[in-house]
Design a protein around this ligand. Structure first.
Ligand SMILES: Cc1ncc(COP(=O)(O)O)c(C=O)c1O
Length: 1009
């Protein structure tokens, strides 16, 4: 259709009326007005002329005399529309009633034919003359939503026409923009390009229906804080349904300090009645702006044509100020607001991008990994003692340095989502609610020395490179664009040094790890203490020079989607941010409540906040490589094990007096790891309990008490086990060996009776042990022999070939039992075998398990033969409140499954062999300090000596070493009778890279000696 916008009713003058004549005419033509005292009062109108009819001085009717050019079919259509809407009981009262039975003609003063209609008068105030509030806006949204819903089922041929005020059809406006100049023209051009993007190209996706098309402030009647009437159906056309909401908003947002609230109030209720879809949301804001464009363009044209008609420019000024205000708010931001209001994900593909970021292996932003350094939290919230003055003043620096000193750190972290008062000036007033400010920090600040180099954490392209040189702004700013699949996201680096302008260019592609700048000084970085403002951005919102680093608190939901927590990339553990306890208090409380004979490792104790896989994180957000915790066997905080625990805990937890499946499932899996002969399990809770029970079983089975143990062994902390542990009873505080305990010499080829240099040293130990056993048997009956296959507390001493085999047969010859303590070494740690005894080609009578069995959950077990178990079943019930409960069994099973599924035994073998190989290289280089490295899989030891003298174990150096390594972020411990053996027994998820890290630091340590 050839569309000529400026024609018809807009070109023909409104009717010219003689009021007296009109009154007479009315009385003649409308029987219900006959013989009444009539008065009329003209109303504002654009192209028709309208009156209120008063009967006996009371407002009664609205008289509408149409423009002489108005066509009767359009007016009849309006009557059909009104009657249709009034057929809905919930709408009836809002729509004026038609009082004319027929549309009649009236001749105006110029003898032009005009059509006359009479409608009921709806009592109330015009919305445009009312101070708006939540209730009014809610009821307005609700009414419009109801109208949109009702109109879905209505169609009328006469509604299908082009109409100048239709914001979805403003192609004509493009050439009209040229009548404007300066900033106004720029605003209109931008609005028009938004129209092309968000409306024109989207039109075929929108739902169409008949619309009111002019729910402006003077067509809406308010009574007692509620909308009570929707007037004037003269503009009604067939158009995108969402037009009505857009048009309504274009008026409701005028002269409004709280745009956000009005959007929320109206759209929420509209959406409840008429669910807006995503395409409609995309168009809504642009339609609203397009309607404002029509207003200002029409006003300018009509003002020239009808200078006396005030109504024509009634909204012009307000429309301009709203257009100017909206121009400052990125349209995408407004779309996000509407998406949030309507319950859609705020940013499409947000989750895809976040998942990608979450999984990506980012490079370091600095030369080092931020995780490997102590960090201090620097609070810049309004209540922070740090901020007593301006952020650049020297006392702030002093206060920061004091914190750094306390935390032994040189890096400060300024928080994301922190409410700050430092952002002063009009730039920070919210456009969406002028009573609010943008004061919530959207990045993370990393306070660090000026001049520190920065590197790209991921490939990217320079998209913003700008000196935003205003006080408290970013100063030199860099934004990198990162792409994957069809998505993009950005990282922002603010407060940099100007030096980057010499080296970088917009559009330059940057590789992960490439230099991207330096930390700026206070003179160039916007007057701040030197730091990096680091921010992630999912939508640049059209910015090409700068990007807000702070957002409104009331819009944080949206800001959070646009600029999610940069910790997604930095990955400092969450507990670092939430920790409120200071180090001294934590240590003091521990000492107050817990006995001092529970030792704390290291000269500088570690206050751990969380751990994951093979890493710990302490209160300073520093990462430590865990080479010690064999309990966290499949990795700290393993989610598979955790899930098994919580699922079972929510289902059933009881004791072994009931039948339940988890104990059966787990037992079968666990026993499948043992030689067939070992087929009965007693579940307990700790290694000590397991050994204690094993000893009791042996005593019952043999009716004997005497026991052989290895020298330096530790088997647990119960009364009975302290007596079986030379490691304890022979040490400080110990009360010496009991008569029934017999100690076999540790076959230690370094410092024992026979050493590597002695020929047949192994056989000599074996023979001696056999003699000791034989001699003892002559005196007394023996219950059992307790041993580990690798002597942990003995200093990671591997029992030599044939040792166990021969000793076992000697013990068994005397009907005593052989008990192997696998508490430290079991569950695949030794790599080649699942249990360390397997290397020795023996099958023990009893095996005890603990530590790694529950990955930190207290579960342990005694495994034995059917015969031994049935002898133990002598009438006395064995009951254990917790041992073998369903939750423990679910956990134990999950641990076994994780070992199998993740091939952790194989990893222990490969990584362990590599570790041993690398350690041997170090040992060869530093023979002066290392006599031997030994072990199996990930159960290793380094024997530290003095000056190449093997017989001089060097405890002092070993302690120095583990404290040095602790300071390098690597956790090790010492053990052995001389406490000179560095013990290595990390979670089995340990990697070759971890090995390299340990070895590199060990080398540095020895090099420095
Ligand atoms: C070899 C050995 N057996 C038994 C135990 C005792 O286990 P728990 O501490 O679980 O009682 C330990 C503990 O260190 C151990 O190393």
């Amino acid at each position: 259709m050839n569309y000529t916008p400026f024609m018809s009713v807009f070109d023909v003058d409104p009717p010219i009326i003689d009021n007296k004549h009109l009154i007479k005419w009315l009385k003649i033509n409308f029987s219900f007005l006959r013989n009444k005292l009539l008065k009329i009062k003209q109303l504002d109108s654009e192209r028709d002329i309208n009156f209120i009819i008063f009967i006996n001085n009371k407002k009664k009717y609205v008289l509408k005399i149409s423009n002489p050019s108005e066509k009767i079919n359009i007016l009849k259509y309006q009557d059909r529309l009104i009657n249709y809407l009034r057929s809905d009981l919930s709408l009836k009262s809002f729509i004026p009633k038609i009082h004319h039975t027929k549309i009649v003609k009236y001749l105006d003063k110029k003898n032009r034919e005009c059509f006359v209609r009479i409608l009921s008068y709806i009592e109330g105030r015009m919305y445009g003359d009312t101070k708006s509030n939540d209730k009014i806006e809610n009821s307005l949204g609700k009414l419009l939503g109801k109208v949109s819903t009702k109109l879905k089922a209505f169609n009328d041929i006469d509604a299908h026409r082009n109409f100048i005020w239709d914001p979805s059809n403003i192609k004509w406006i493009k050439k009209e923009i040229n009548i404007f100049t300066g900033s106004k023209k720029l605003i209109l051009l931008k609005c028009f390009s938004e129209y092309e993007k968000f409306v024109k190209n989207n039109l075929n996706k929108l739902r169409y229906s008949i619309t009111h098309s002019d729910p402006n402030n003077y067509n809406i009647v308010i009574k007692e804080n509620n909308v009570c009437g929707l007037l004037d159906y003269g503009d009604s056309i067939y158009s995108p349904t969402i037009n009505d909401l857009a048009i309504c908003l274009s008026y409701a947002l005028m002269n409004n300090d709280n745009i956000y609230l009005t959007l929320k109030n109206i759209i929420t209720e509209y959406n409840k009645q008429f669910s807006i879809n995503e395409d409609e949301i995309n168009s809504l804001i642009s339609l609203c702006k397009s309607r404002l464009m029509i207003t200002v363009v029409m006003a300018k044209k009509q003002r020239i044509k009808y200078p006396s008609n005030q109504y024509l420019s009634i909204s012009e000024k307000d429309a301009w100020s709203l257009l100017e205000k909206l121009d400052k708010i990125p349209i995408n931001f407004l779309i996000y607001i509407v998406r949030e209001i309507c319950g859609f994900d705020i940013i499409h593909h947000h989750n895809e991008i976040i998942n990608y970021i979450n999984k990506f292996n980012f490079g370091n932003i600095f030369k080092f990994n931020l995780l490997d350094k102590n960090k201090s939290i620097l609070k810049l919230s309004s209540d922070s003692p740090l901020l007593k003055g301006n952020p650049d003043n020297s006392s702030l620096k002093k206060r920061v340095n004091k914190i750094f000193k306390e935390d032994n750190s040189r890096i400060g972290i300024g928080l994301y989502n922190e409410k700050r008062k430092v952002y002063k000036g009009p730039n920070f007033i919210s456009e969406l609610n002028t009573n609010e400010r943008r004061n919530i920090h959207l990045g993370i600040d990393i306070f660090i020395d000026q001049g520190t180099d920065l590197f790209a954490p991921i490939d990217g392209k320079i998209i913003i490179l700008k000196n935003n040189n205003f006080k408290y702004d970013y100063g030199p700013t860099l934004v990198l664009e990162h792409s994957f699949k069809k998505y993009k996201f950005y990282t922002l680096y603010g407060h940099l040094s100007k030096i980057m302008f010499q080296k970088l260019k917009i559009g330059k592609k940057i590789k992960k790890g490439e230099w991207i700048g330096k930390i700026g000084n206070s003179n160039e970085n916007g007057k701040w203490l030197p730091h990096l403002h680091f921010q992630i951005i999912l939508d640049l919102l059209g910015h090409d020079k700068n990007f807000p680093g702070v957002g409104e608190e009331f819009l944080f939901n949206i800001w959070n989607k646009i600029s999610p927590d940069p910790n997604l990339i930095l990955r400092i553990p969450k507990s670092f941010y939430s920790n409120n306890n200071n180090f001294k208090d934590t240590l003091k409380k521990r000492r107050k409540n817990i006995s001092d004979n529970l030792s704390i490792s290291y000269k500088k104790p570690l206050h751990m906040l969380e751990a994951k896989d093979q890493y710990f994180f302490d209160r300073y957000g520093r990462r430590y490589l865990d080479c010690v915790n064999n309990i966290s066997h499949v990795g700290h905080s393993n989610s598979y094990v955790h899930e098994a625990m919580t699922q079972q805990n929510l289902k059933l937890n009881t004791n072994t007096r009931y039948l339940y499946d988890t104990i059966n499932d787990y037992s079968e899996l666990l026993l499948s790891k043992f030689p067939k002969k070992l087929n009965k399990i007693f579940f307990v809770c700790t290694g000590s309990e397991a050994n204690d029970l094993a000893y009791r079983i042996a005593q019952t089975y043999t009716s004997a008490k005497d026991v052989f143990v290895m020298d330096n062994a530790y088997h647990g902390h119960t009364n009975a086990l302290i007596d079986l542990s030379p490691y304890k009873f022979n040490s400080k505080g110990g009360s010496g060996k009991k008569d029934y305990v017999h100690v076999l010499d540790m076959p230690d080829p370094l410092r024992g009776k026979w050493r590597y240099q002695n020929s047949n040293w192994i056989q000599k130990y074996i023979d001696e042990a056999k003699t000791v056993i034989r001699n003892k048997i002559k005196e007394t009956k023996i219950a059992c022999f307790f041993t580990e296959s690798i002597l942990g507390c003995g200093g990671q001493v591997i029992l030599p070939k044939n040792y166990l085999k021969e000793i076992f047969s000697e013990i068994r010859r005397n009907n005593a039992l052989c008990i192997v303590d696998e508490v430290q070494t079991g569950f695949g740690r030794v790599g080649r075998h699942f249990w360390s005894f397997e290397e020795h080609d023996v099958v023990p009578d009893i095996v005890t398990l603990g530590k790694p069995m529950g990955n930190g959950h207290p579960i342990a077990a005694v495994i034995t033969t059917e015969k031994i178990a049935s002898t133990f079943n002598n009438g006395m019930e064995y009951f254990n409140s917790f041992g073998g409960n369903p939750v423990s069994c679910a956990i134990g099973k999950a641990v076994l499954e994780t070992i199998d599924n993740n091939k952790l035994q194989k990893n222990a073998l490969l990584v362990g062999n590599y570790f041993l190989k690398e350690l041997k290289k170090i040992q060869l280089k530093y023979k002066k300090y290392i006599s031997e490295v030994r072990g199996r899989g990930l159960f290793l030891g380094i024997d530290i000596i003095q000056n190449s003298n093997v017989s001089k174990p060097n405890k002092k150096l070993a302690k120095l070493l583990i404290n040095y390594m602790r300071n390098q972020g690597i956790l090790l411990s010492t053990d052995g009778p001389y406490d000179n053996v560095i013990k290595i027994k990390p979670p089995l998820v340990f990697t070759k890279l971890n090995v390299d890290q340990v070895c590199k630091n060990l080398e540095t340590f020895f090099k420095k000696l």
